[in-house]
Each structure stands twice: as structure tokens, then as C-alpha cells.
Design a protein around this ligand. Structure first.
Ligand code: ATR
Length: 283
């Protein structure tokens, strides 16, 4: 029989969870770094999140990732939240320290690290950013843009009431402004923007296209699509064709995974082209 007692274990929990790329990413890093670890996936219901966290608390699991739809439930259930996770009310990474389960939201650092790597200096001009979408991904990204000091962040969403609610919830004290934008006004809102981020599912394989005119967008503005299937969306192609720097979403996926790996397995993993290709091959 295989000896498993010294294997450090982590897993991703969600519902559904079969689509999660986390096992592939962490499995690759475990193998490359020669670590005796295992990373699995588990489909769990909301009322099973506690049992998962108990396993982490007891050290049976070193930690794990939490994905849709349990990120908010996990934020309510962990013992300690990082500042980021507390602000967002959502946890995607958990680990144990002295019998307490910590929860963080690494979508923020994943988003920032990807842009820092792919488009260095993307946040040099911080006057205005436009975010399309107002879901969980938008929330993490807007928080990241706020931490980088963007003065005005426009949130354009099909349901403008959701954009308004998000703007109210994340509105910081001081000079920075979150501005809800009607979906029909999204193309005009690109005027004077330094950064444009698509956080909607539009443009993803199997989803409707994102209809957007880039005419008003300055050509220096960085265009980022968090969609990574396909890697080059219509938005990114249109941006490149007119000379805008364009960044796809694959790096955000890979960089959000790295902090968890370091905490559970004790070594810092690298986001390499080899790993990018592994994920692309699996799509
Ligand atoms: P996530 O947590 O990944 O951000 P989500 O909460 O389901 O996912 O949000 C998906 C985003 O894509 C939302 O901003 C959604 O707009 P609504 O809030 O109006 O639903 C947006 N979206 C999805 N389908 C869309 C469509 N056909 N047209 C415009 N926006 C769409």
C-alpha cells in the first residue's frame, strides 16, 4: 500500500468544482519542487464548509482554496480574516496557525501581480479606471485598484443597481471616487481612462460577445480581460489592433494560486511559461 502519512494535503472546495484548475496548478508545482504533497478537489454543499474548516483546524488538511459559491460562507466561518478578506467579505484561501483557521482573498494580489508582470508601469497614471461588471471578481479588482491609488473608478454593469451597491459598499474615505455607470454608457465612459478591466463573463467561450467601442479610449490605456478562455478575446484583439497594451486573464489565475501554495507547502512557486502552456493545453 502507498505510504501517505507524511503527505501534506490541501484541496479546493466548491459546488460545482470539476471545472477548477487549482489541482492542475498545485499538482504541477508539487511535482516541479519535489514536495511530498497532494492537492485534491471536493464538491461540498454550504453546510459542509464548516466540516472542511474543522479538518484544516485539526491539521488533517494543511489548508485549501474555496471557490464559488462558498467564498462568502468561508469568510463568515474562518477564525481570522486578513484585512483584504475582511474588506471583501470573501475568502478563497485558508490555512491554519496555532489551531486557528485564517482566511485570505488572493484574487486581489493575483490581479495586481499579473498586471505588474505583464504590463510593468500599468498603474503609473492613476486618474481613472473603468471596470466592466459588478460581481465577485469586480469586487476584488476594484479593491486592488483602490489600494494602488486610482482616483476615479467607474463601474459599468448591466444591472446598474448592482454597480451602485458595490460602489456604496467599497467607497473609501477621502479623495477616491467609485462611480456607477449605466451599461449603455460604457463605451463613452472610456474617455480619459488609464485602465480598462473586463470582469464579466462576456467574450468567454460559450458566452455572448462583449459589445464595446474602444473609440473613446486613449491608446496608452492598458486593457485587461480577466477571461482566459479564449486567451485572446475580441476585446484584447481590438485593443492590440489600435495599439493599446493588452493583458489576458491567465496570469491572474496563476498568481492568485501562489500565496496558498507557499503557506501550505512552505516553498514559493514560480509562474512560468511551462505552467501557462499546461493550462492552455488543458482548455
Ligand atoms: P463573478 O463572481 O465571476 O464576478 P458574477 O457575480 O456572476 O461572477 O458576475 C458576472 C458579471 O458578468 C456581472 O457583472 C454580470 O452582470 P449582472 O450583474 O447585470 O448580472 C455580468 N454579465 C453576465 N452576463 C452578462 C450579459 N449577457 N450582459 C452583460 N453583463 C453580463
Amino acid at each position: 500500500m502507498e505510504r501517505t502519512e507524511n503527505v501534506v494535503r490541501a484541496c479546493v472546495v466548491g459546488d460545482p468544482v470539476s471545472h477548477s484548475r487549482s489541482p492542475l496548478i498545485h499538482g504541477h508545482w508539487l511535482q516541479r519542487l519535489g514536495i511530498a504533497g497532494a492537492y485534491d478537489r471536493r464538491q461540498v454543499k454550504a453546510d459542509e464548509v464548516d466540516a472542511f474548516l474543522d479538518e484544516v483546524r485539526a491539521g488533517k488538511l494543511r489548508g485549501g482554496n474555496v471557490t464559488v459559491p462558498h467564498k462568502e460562507e468561508a469568510a463568515r466561518r474562518v477564525d481570522v480574516l486578513t484585512d483584504t478578506a475582511r474588506h471583501l467579505g470573501a475568502v478563497n484561501t485558508v490555512w491554519e496557525v496555532d489551531g486557528k483557521v485564517w482566511g485570505d482573498n488572493t484574487d486581489v494580489t493575483g490581479f495586481l501581480a499579473n498586471l505588474d508582470e505583464r504590463s510593468p508601469g500599468w498603474d503609473r497614471e492613476r486618474e481613472k479606471a473603468i471596470v466592466l461588471g459588478a460581481g465577485g471578481a469586480a469586487r476584488a479588482i476594484i479593491y486592488g485598484l483602490l489600494t494602488r491609488g486610482f482616483r476615479e473608478i467607474g463601474i459599468a454593469n448591466r444591472s446598474v443597481s448592482r454597480a451602485r451597491k458595490l460602489a456604496e459598499e467599497l467607497q473609501p474615505q477621502g479623495e477616491q471616487q467609485l462611480v456607477p455607470i449605466a451599461w449603455d454608457a460604457r463605451s463613452d465612459a472610456l474617455k480619459n481612462a488609464n485602465v480598462l478591466v473586463n470582469t464579466t463573463s462576456l467574450g468567454m467561450t460559450g458566452q455572448p460577445p462583449l459589445e464595446l467601442s474602444l473609440e473613446a479610449l486613449p491608446v496608452q490605456a492598458v486593457v485587461h480581460d480577466i477571461v482566459y478562455a479564449p486567451l485572446e478575446t475580441d476585446l484584447l484583439r481590438a485593443a492590440r489592433q489600435r495599439g493599446n497594451p493588452a493583458v489576458d486573464g491567465l496570469g491572474m489565475l496563476l498568481h492568485q494560486a501562489a500565496p496558498g501554495f507557499s503557506r501550505w507547502f512552505g516553498q514559493e512557486p514560480q509562474v512560468t511559461d511551462e505552467l501557462r502552456l499546461l493550462i492552455i493545453d488543458d482548455m
